[in-house]
Each structure stands twice: as structure tokens, then as C-alpha cells.
Design a binder for this molecule. Structure first.
Ligand code: FAD
Length: 389
């Protein structure tokens, strides 16, 4: 197992460290660091700066803007980005549909979609889940029926993240109802402004609007917007979801949250000192930091043994534990805030902004053990694929 960086890797890391902190506006990075909401513009601006510097889509083939980096370089790119609180390139574009089009799309689809996807000129959203098809995604019921040069799409998607900002959707549809459920699915691309598409917000427990329901009523989609072959969508979805899982470990993000938690704890009086000096509190921080270090070592081990050509089943361990530690960090912030967390979004009560945000953030992070494959499903994958149970 290789854990120390080589001199070249250190140089690579230092260059990225500098670039993230000088090219990406400090006010955007501060919003990420302190958990304030990002606007669509913040995300687009950052994504385009990263793309202009060759840093938005490094995992893509080099012909389409990717970098021929080692798995360790890719890890450093992502980790340093999180440590600098840079909003990561839009996952739907960079990690999901881009790599699928690059791998399975026709030359024409690549030419048409990859450059604007890399530059976030098209904002994609992910139309996979349906009310009765989440973990059991292959049960999806949205249909696409061929009609001349088009498909006619009917059905409903749910939990579609940031669809309110999206230009296009990549959508799993049933094109053959008469075969085994995995075999009759296709992947279609279409503009969300196509007649018959309705996007409705779902208001979440934290008060924000992040996910949506999307309805399709006789939506006419040109057949040349099918990715790859008809009825092969399950293969493309599995490829895409494998990429998603590795991206959500979030070690760097959790480190930043713990750093911020310590900053706040040092400002709170407790006994004759500060909360940060309280032995029980300090022990709790040390425990989370140790768990995070263990996860980071596991991540480095996976990265340094990775050949980079296919997702590693250990990514399930990273997703499972990474999401739990992200939750532990937001819970810690909530506990530091104490009763100051009770008011939310108000100037009338003397409670600092960070404390008012800690409750919604805590609630929002409950999602991490659900999306990208729930913890229960990850445990099943670990049991069967890694432990051979
Ligand atoms: C914040 C957020 C954003 C999302 N964004 C998107 C998006 O942009 N696009 C999109 O397509 N989807 C999105 N999703 C959907 C997400 O992928 C699903 O929520 C997830 O796959 C779980 O499916 P489900 O919600 O239908 O729960 P279910 O599958 O109904 O699961 C309910 C419970 O049963 C458990 N369970 C289910 N099956 C098994 C099993 N076989 N063994 C053991 N336990 C099981 C689950 O772990 C869970 O605890 C998002 C979800 C969230 C929370």
C-alpha cells in the first residue's frame, strides 16, 4: 500500500492547491465552507473556470477534455478541491452523463453534447428514480413508444435534484415492456422545456427546494437523442451509478466541516475555558477525526490499487462510511450550536447565522445515506461482492 505522495505528486498537489485558491472567487468558496446556499450562477461560474483550466472533466477521455491522470492524481484533484471548499463540477454533467456519452454514444452524440456538457452550457438533471423505483430502479414504469422518428414519453420521475435549474434531462425509460425488467430499458436525452414536461418542487424538511417531481405527458423526443442502443439502458445506468458512488465519500468536505466546528467551539465559553477545551467534547472530535483518518487510509488504499478502468466494489465501503461521517460532522455542528440552533433564518433573535444554519444542515445531510444507493443496499453489496457471504 502506497500512502506517501511522490515528489511529483506533491508538486501536482501544490499547483492545484494554489490554483483553486486563486482562480475560484473567495466569496463562493466561503459560501461552501460555511454552509450557505449556492446560486445557479455560483455553480456555473466555478464549473467554467475549472473547465477553462482543464479541471472540470479529468476522468473523461482526453479527446473530449479529459486528462490522462493516474488514479492518485484524480484523487488529489478531488480531495484538494474539497479542502479548498470549491464547488465540485456539476456531478450530473461531469460524473454521470458525460462519461456515458463518451463511452456508449455515437460520434454524432459526442460532437453534439460533450463540449457543452463539459463547459456546463447544458445543465443536466438525472431522471432515474420513480415513486416505486428507487433502490429497485429496474422496476421503472415511464414508457417511451417509438413513433416514426420520435419516441413518445409518458410517466413520472421523482427526487430529481436541481431540475429547476436544468436545461436537459437524461432519462431512463421502458422501451420494451414484454421482457425481463432490466432488458427493456433505454436512455433518452431531452430538453426539459419540451412540451409535456412539468417540473414540480418538493419542499424538504430543511425548508429548501433541492429536489423535484418531473411529469411527462406525451413528450415527443427525437429518436436520435437515444444513447447507444435501444433496450441497453440498464448497462449504461450501471456504468453511470458506479461513477456516482466513488464521488460521494467526501473526506475533504468532512475535514472542512470539522475545522469549522472547531472554529465555533473555540468561541463558546464552557467552564473556565472554551467548549473546544472541554475533555468530553474534545474526545468526541478526536473520535470522528480518527474515523475519518481510517476512511482516508481506506480511500488511499483503494485509489493506489485502482487500475482506473472500472468501478471498485470497495466504493460501497467508501460511500457507506463517508456518508455516515458527513452526518456525524453536521450533528456535531448542531450540538455546538445548542439552543442557538432553534431559530432559523431570522434577524430578530440573537443567534449567530452559523448556528441558525446548523439545524437545516443537519436535517439536509440525512439524505447522504439514501441517495447514490442507500446504506442498506451498500451493506448488501459489501456482503455479497466483498465478503462473499
Ligand atoms: C436528496 C436526494 C437526491 C436525489 N437525487 C436524485 C436525482 O437527481 N435523480 C434520481 O433519479 N434520483 C435521485 N434520488 C433518488 C435516490 O437515488 C433514491 O432515493 C434511492 O435510490 C433510494 O430509493 P427510494 O427513495 O425509492 O427508497 P426505497 O428503495 O423505497 O427504500 C426504502 C428503504 O428500504 C431499504 N431497502 C430498499 N431495498 C432494499 C433491499 N433490497 N435490501 C435492504 N433494504 C432495502 C432502503 O435502504 C431504504 O431504507 C435522490 C434521493 C435523495 C434523497
Amino acid at each position: 500500500m502506497k500512502l506517501a505522495l511522490s515528489p511529483e505528486e506533491v508538486k501536482f498537489r501544490d499547483e492545484l492547491r494554489e490554483l483553486y485558491r486563486t482562480k475560484i472567487p473567495a466569496e463562493i468558496r466561503d459560501r461552501v465552507k460555511y454552509g450557505l446556499e449556492l446560486s445557479r450562477d455560483d455553480i456555473v461560474t466555478t464549473h467554467r473556470i475549472l473547465n477553462a483550466n482543464g479541471l472540470a472533466v479529468p476522468k473523461w477521455p482526453t479527446a473530449w477534455g479529459g486528462q490522462d491522470w493516474t488514479p492518485m492524481q484524480l484523487h488529489i484533484w478531488e480531495d484538494e478541491m474539497q479542502l479548498a471548499s470549491v464547488p465540485e463540477p456539476l456531478t450530473f454533467n461531469a460524473q454521470m452523463i458525460g462519461p456515458v456519452i463518451a463511452q456508449f454514444g455515437s460520434e454524432e452524440l459526442k460532437q453534439r453534447f460533450l463540449p457543452p456538457t463539459a463547459n456546463l452550457d447544458i445543465w443536466w438533471c438525472q431522471g432515474f428514480s420513480e415513486p416505486d423505483a428507487g433502490s429497485d430502479l429496474a422496476s421503472l414504469r415511464t414508457t417511451a413508444v417509438r413513433d416514426g422518428d420520435s419516441y413518445i414519453v409518458n410517466g413520472q420521475k421523482i427526487w430529481t435534484t436541481l431540475a429547476q435549474y436544468a436545461d436537459w434531462i437524461f432519462c431512463l425509460v421502458r422501451t420494451d415492456p414484454g421482457v425481463k425488467k432490466q432488458a427493456g430499458i433505454s436512455l433518452l436525452l431531452f430538453d426539459v422545456k419540451t412540451p409535456g414536461v412539468t417540473i414540480r418542487p418538493i419542499k424538504l424538511i430543511d425548508g429548501h427546494h433541492e429536489v423535484n417531481e418531473v411529469f411527462f405527458e406525451n413528450v415527443r423526443v427525437p429518436a436520435d437523442q437515444l444513447v447507444g442502443e435501444e433496450n441497453m439502458g440498464w448497462t449504461y445506468a450501471k456504468f453511470l451509478l458506479g461513477n456516482e458512488r466513488t464521488g460521494i465519500t467526501g473526506v475533504g468536505r468532512t475535514k472542512v466541516k470539522l475545522g469549522v466546528a472547531k472554529e465555533y467551539a473555540a468561541q463558546i465559553r464552557s467552564g473556565s475555558g472554551t467548549l473546544l477545551e472541554d475533555p468530553v467534547f474534545a474526545a468526541r472530535i478526536a473520535e470522528i477525526e480518527n474515523e475519518l483518518l481510517a476512511l482516508e487510509l481506506t480511500l488511499m488504499r483503494v485509489v493506489s490499487n485502482s487500475t482506473g478502468d472500472k468501478p471498485n466494489p470497495a466504493s460501497s465501503v467508501l460511500k457507506l462510511r463517508g456518508s455516515e461521517l458527513q452526518q456525524a460532522a453536521t450533528e456535531l455542528l448542531l450540538d455546538i450550536a445548542g439552543s442557538d440552533a432553534l431559530p432559523v433564518n431570522t434577524d430578530d433573535i440573537a443567534s449567530p447565522g452559523w448556528a441558525q444554519r446548523s439545524g437545516p444542515a443537519y436535517l439536509n445531510y440525512r439524505k447522504t445515506t439514501i441517495y447514490g444507493g442507500s446504506s442498506e443496499v451498500q451493506r448488501t453489496i459489501i456482503a455479497s461482492t466483498i465478503l462473499g457471504l
